[in-house]
Design a protein around this ligand. Sequence first.
Ligand code: 5GP
Ligand code: ZN
Length: 114
Amino acid sequence: MTDCLFCKIAAGEIPADIVYQDDQMVAFKDIAPKASVHILLIPRKHIVSLAELEPGDSGLIGEMLLKTQQIAAEAGLKEGYRVIANSGDGGGQEVPHLHFHILGDVRDDNWVGF
Ligand code: 5GP
Ligand code: ZN
């Protein structure tokens, strides 16, 4: 989609601190981190949210969730990490391109987090 912030980051049209990318997904540091490690993992495909997923996206989403292991390890998160996907207005989503928040060192945070 041409007027989507995260599509533009995936295309390299808007700069971001990218920590991982391949032909299906891009991971970059959140511009306003809510934890000492806060990475966003997005599909290159423009999908608005979990609520807009189609059956054909199941492989992509599986690959993305598996990739959180590598991204977290490379970020030094030896003791674990949290993955969050805010979906839609009711879920507090602000950027309408599916993204998984990968957060580290959140043990003192509350469950909802932000
Ligand atoms: P949401 O509320 O949609 O789940 O999360 C959107 C996230 O995107 C927020 O944590 C926000 O800080 C982050 N964000 C918004 N604009 C930018 C940007 O231009 N660059 C980066 N790296 N992160 C952004
Ligand atoms: Zn997009």
